[in-house]
Design a protein around this ligand. Structure first.
Ligand code: PLP
Length: 459
């Protein structure tokens, strides 16, 4: 079909995630057509270096034939098997066991979902059930971080602490609370790692004291905050938060939907920090975006609590038709093989310093105030004035300008509204891909800087 016809059909019928509906109708859709390795092609034949792995999910890169074969073989053999009525399928069972083997030792049980939002939503439901089962039914309050993102479900979007996810949606709920983000570039306590960690621990302790420990169910966090602007807390922060949760008697939930599967280096960010969460949410890199799938992993204590509390022969009323979908599970098993035996995890670790150097080299650029990364997850923060870290006036729409200029120069990146540029290159990136990325990125920043309104906005 011609691109023009697709644009018209899209404008008339398809509701897109997280766009302004009116601006989308005006701008029109960009149709992506094919992908190979780190590269995408749109329906106008424009080739693009994908510096964001789709939506930080295609960690393997595009076009892996072995993943296609795994899906095809499973679709032929058995395209669907329910998990209800005690049924199951081989790939799903093997995948659960594999995830338990790869993840922190505390996590022994896996419930599969279709993506990250329903993984977070399932985690919330399991936690509520667990505390009720233990007879601690007052424990209903949840604490997260400012700038946190935990998906778009009715409750999860309330744990998400980004205003657009609340506006007109009657969120957050009265039992959802926030503490400040451990944001090294903009932290009132400064950028000293120990001070940032202390500030977060004190804030969590104070919030729990304010609500009452016997009323708090759990603390949720991302090891690196993704959609809030790629905020990289100091090393040791995650461990300190876990210890604090343990001491306070609340569950510690790590949302590794972005950071899992090699994104920050190791298979899971929790692993590098020696953290053993009570629950962990996963999605994205689990199937590298080749099929929808997410997961909640939980400790045996949480699982046994729910099991004991459910009463003899009373089912635990939580389930999805597509939980543990065999085709997605077969895809995930092959994706995990590519990360390990296929060498992708190692390549990501080897390439990470090149990525970090490339970002840091742009600190000299007049628009760039901060460069930060962990593994292959990184960001540049653009400021109007480096000294005062002043943000640009939102009316300048700098993020949109950068996104369009980057696209024109052949890169897809993520431009956040507060002028943070997010990067999540695939683990298959080579040195040549990184050289091209940073050459195109510098060209993009220079082109935007050359726009008179942008130059005038610099202080
Ligand atoms: N949790 C985190 C940390 C995420 O970044 C996301 C999505 O970006 C989600 C949950 C929700 O995942 P999904 O978009 O697959 O529903």
């Amino acid at each position: 079909m011609q691109t023009d016809s697709l644009v018209t059909l899209d404008r008339n019928h398809l509701v897109h995630p997280v766009v302004n509906y009116r601006s989308h109708e005006q701008r029109g859709v960009t149709v992506l057509e094919s992908g190979s390795g780190a590269y995408l092609r749109d329906s106008n034949g424009h080739e693009l270096l994908d510096a964001f792995s789709g939506l930080w999910c295609v960690n393997t890169g595009y076009g892996h034939e072995s993943i296609v074969r795994a899906a095809e073989e499973q679709m032929r053999r058995l395209p669907y098997a329910t998990g209800y009525f005690h049924f199951g399928s081989e790939p799903a069972i093997k995948l659960a066991a594999k995830l338990v083997e790869l993840s922190p030792a505390s996590l022994q049980r896996v419930y599969f979902t279709m993506g990250g939002s329903d993984a977070v939503d399932s985690a919330i439901r399991f936690i509520v059930n667990y505390w009720n089962a233990l007879g601690k039914s007052e424990k209903k309050h949840f604490i997260t971080l400012e700038r946190g993102y935990h998906g778009s479900s009715s409750q999860g979007a309330g744990l998400t602490a980004l205003p657009v996810f609340h506006r007109n949606f009657d969120l957050p709920l009265p039992n959802q609370h926030r503490i400040p983000s451990p944001y090294p570039y903009r932290n009132p306590v400064g950028s000293d790692p120990a001070a940032i960690i202390d500030a977060s621990v004190s804030a969590l302790r104070d919030k729990v004291q304010e609500l009452g420990a016997d009323r708090v169910a759990a603390f949720f966090c991302e090891p690196v905050q993704g959609s809030g602007g790629v905020i990289v807390p100091p090393k040791g922060w995650l461990k300190a938060m876990q210890e604090c949760c343990q001491a306070l008697g609340i569950l510690f939930v790590v949302d590794e939907v972005i950071t899992g599967f090699g994104r920050t280096g190791p298979m899971f960010a929790s692993e590098a920090e020696g953290v053993t969460p009570d629950l962990m949410t996963l999605a994205k890199g689990l199937t590298a975006g080749y099929a929808p799938m997410g997961a909640v992993m939980m400790s045996d204590a949480v699982y046994q609590g729910i099991a004991e509390g459910s009463g003899a022969d009373v089912p635990v009323g939580h389930g999805h038709t597509y939980s543990a979908h065999p085709v997605s599970a077969a895809v995930a098993l092959e994706v995990l093989r590519l990360y390990g035996e296929g060498g992708l995890l190692n390549n990501g670790i080897e390439q990470a310093p090149r990525f970090e150097e490339g970002l840091r080299s742009l600190l000299d650029h007049p628009l760039v105030g901060d460069a930060r990364s962990r593994g292959l997850l990184g960001a540049l923060e653009l400021v109007a004035d480096k000294e005062g870290k002043t943000r640009f006036d939102p009316a300048l729409k700098l993020a949109d300008r950068i996104f369009e200029a980057a696209y024109h120069n052949g890169i897809i990146l993520r431009a956040f509204a507060d002028n943070v540029l997010g990067f999540a290159p695939a683990l298959c990136y080579t040195s040549t891909d990184f050289a091209l990325l940073f050459e195109r990125l510098e060209r993009t920043l220079n082109a935007v800087l050359d726009q008179s309104e942008v130059r005038q906005a610099l202080r």
